[in-house]
Design a binder for this molecule. Structure first.
Ligand code: NAP
Length: 251
């Protein structure tokens, strides 16, 4: 295949939480652009290995690495393992995330902390760990998966929306820090996407809030990430939040 058809050929991409849902779709999309994929997961080893097998079956390169991205030592070990095995890390997608919904009055400290630890502090741990090799290489693409509720807020999701809003500020700050060094940092803000995370939700009020009239598919979020990570035309885009939400939030 000609090089132009696989812009990430020879590059390595790490997607956190790539065993299922949006992360899985992102991993497949970046592998299709020629990247060697590091499929991170926390618990779902067989699902992560299935993603690796799918990439390899399509002629790509991939391996899975377990690491709890909310833990500093685990993240440092993960990035070290990638650098030892692949010798480089060109693309980081901070995708791993959880919800622990509940109205504020009854929100347990543990549910606040768990969401902040993974959805915000995990993004910090991963970005800090990749920053040294990327700064040295003077190249890199970092894409953080935030959420429209990080822009709007949402009743019952004070923890989640605070973490996701934090990711937006983190994205802009790090984008400014790295801009002159060939590293772009952007965020993608999905609306409601059909994954395990949204499976238990009542679809009726959700569908009313989506002008397009349907939930998004993981592949539709992956398309935006693929553009920011792989398209040479995205080199001049940094510090932005790209909403993939079926028109939910037009701002
Ligand atoms: P999902 O289907 O629940 O998948 C979550 C993924 O994160 C899994 O691969 C899971 O790995 C991984 N993960 C969980 N805890 C982890 C940890 N401590 N360390 C490393 N990986 C961990 O979720 P999703 O819907 O695809 O969401 C992906 C991202 O998009 C999240 O950041 C989420 O907040 C965001 N988002 C989702 C929606 C939506 O509507 N679905 C909307 C806006 C934003 P295991 O399989 O090993 O548990």
């Amino acid at each position: 295949m000609p090089a132009a058809a696989t812009p990430l050929a020879g590059q390595t991409a790490l997607v956190t939480g790539a065993s299922r849902g949006i992360g899985r779709a992102i991993a497949l999309a970046l592998a299709a652009e020629g990247a060697e994929l590091v499929v991170n997961y926390a618990r779902s080893a067989s699902a992560a290995e299935a993603v690796v097998a799918e990439i390899v079956a399509a002629g790509g390169r991939a391996y899975a690495l377990a690491a709890d991205v909310a833990k500093e030592a685990a993240v440092d070990g993960l990035i070290q393992a990638v650098l030892e095995r692949s010798g480089r890390l060109d693309v980081l997608v901070n995708n791993a995330g959880i919800t622990r919904d509940g109205l504020l009055l009854r929100m347990k400290t543990a549910d606040w902390q768990a969401v902040i630890d993974l959805n915000l502090t995990g993004v910090f741990f991963c970005t800090r760990a990749v920053s040294r090799p990327m700064l040295k290489a003077r190249r890199g693409r970092i894409i953080n998966i935030t959420s429209v509720v990080g822009l709007t807020g949402n009743p019952g999701q004070a923890n989640y929306s605070a973490a996701k809003a934090g990711v937006v500020g983190f994205t802009r700050s790090t984008a400014a820090e790295f801009a002159s060094r060939g590293i772009t940092v952007n965020a993608v803000a999905p609306g409601f996407i059909a994954t395990d995370m949204t499976e238990g939700l009542d679809p009726e009020p959700i569908l009313k809030a989506i002008p397009v009239g349907r939930l998004g598919q993981p592949e539709e979020v992956a398309g935006a990430v693929r553009f920011l990570a792989a398209d040479p035309a995205a080199a001049y885009i940094t510090g932005q939040v790209l909403q993939v939400d079926g028109g939910m939030l037009m701002a």
